[in-house]
Design a protein around this ligand. Structure first.
Ligand code: KMH
Ligand code: ZN
Length: 295
């Protein structure tokens, strides 16, 4: 091999495969209507049942969006608290609340999500086109949300929808420092119409550009990119996110009936790759989440 090729390879970010796989499940999201997908978990009872079955199938983290009594996306403070408490009582999953909400939620309302005292919160690192809409995340909002999370000892998951979000994460760490616990976990959300494509090439370009402070990364692919991105992430040392927020089709002609189907398949893939699913205790240690459960 030529010296130049060696130099190029040596300058690339070294990807050390993680020993196990953190499997996050995003069971609901804010985009799919219950009327279009009756099996989407939208009530508290459905969400708790989903959380229990997904933990049994190999998930160690749940990314939660809640719905109101009419199954519409909601950021209701009381319901968020009830949801965190119920999932915490019934499972040992790392509980991550979405601060992204729906594209229609105002920024001020999205900040209040942290009042429900989750273990973790999503923190998207920039504005992105989102189909015909815009998912708004101006830098001052990101920094304010990050500082709130630091003060409340909630671990953020930095969500990256585009390569530019990787640069914004660099700026965010320079501006605000490290999260509570010192670990920096990011999740590439690929394949959103308007964001980075759901391809292994785009994913790996993002991984190569991650700041050195990043201690773990995960990836998901929206829709048909769900499986290829999962395979690419597993092969490259990343963790996984699956779930009906991101993908409603299990296979051609086969709609997803339950979130645990997607978690089971991800767990099988992970075991096949000799990177078995992390337990919830291992995931808590990986992310350095604060213990909020009472004995
Ligand atoms: N529903 C999207 C507009 C997050 O949860 O933080 C934003 C989203 C990201 O799902
Ligand atoms: Zn979400």
């Amino acid at each position: 091999m030529s010296g130049m090729a060696n130099d190029t390879l040596n300058s690339m970010r070294v990807i050390v495969p993680a020993a196990g796989t953190l499997i996050a499940v995003a069971p609901t999201g804010a985009e799919t209507a219950k009327g279009d997908c009756p099996q989407l978990p939208t009530t508290l009872a459905e969400l708790v049942e989903t959380a229990v079955s997904c933990q049994a199938a190999g998930a160690s983290l749940i990314h939660i969006h809640i719905r109101d009594a009419e199954h519409r996306p909601s950021l209701d403070a009381v319901l968020l608290r009830e949801t965190v408490q119920a999932v915490r009582e019934q499972t040992s999953l790392v509980i991550q609340l979405s601060t992204g909400g729906s594209v229609h939620d105002p920024l001020e309302k999205r900040l209040t999500v942290l009042d429900a005292e989750p273990d973790s919160c999503s923190l998207t690192c920039g504005t992105t086109n989102f189909g015909d809409d815009v998912f708004l995340n101006p830098f001052p909002f990101m920094a304010q949300l990050y500082r709130h999370a630091q003060e409340r000892q909630i671990v953020p998951e930095f969500e990256l929808f585009d390569l530019g979000h990787v640069a914004a994460l660099r700026r965010l760490i320079d501006t605000c420092g490290l999260p509570f616990g010192g670990r920096v976990h990011v999740d590439f959300i690929t394949g959103v119409p308007g964001g980075m494509p759901g391809t292994p090439a785009a994913l790996l370009a993002g991984v190569q550009a991650l700041p050195d402070e990043v201690t773990s990364w995960a990836a998901t692919g929206i829709g048909r990119s769900h499986l290829p991105i999962a395979a690419a992430a597993l092969a490259s040392g990343g963790h996984l996110r699956v779930g009906m927020e991101d993908n409603l089709i299990y296979a051609k002609g086969q709609p997803v009936q339950r979130n645990d189907e997607l978690v089971s398949r991800a767990a099988d893939l992970a075991r096949m790759m000799q990177r078995p699913p992390l337990t919830t205790a291992e995931a808590r240690a990986l992310l350095s989440v604060k213990e909020r459960r009472t004995a």
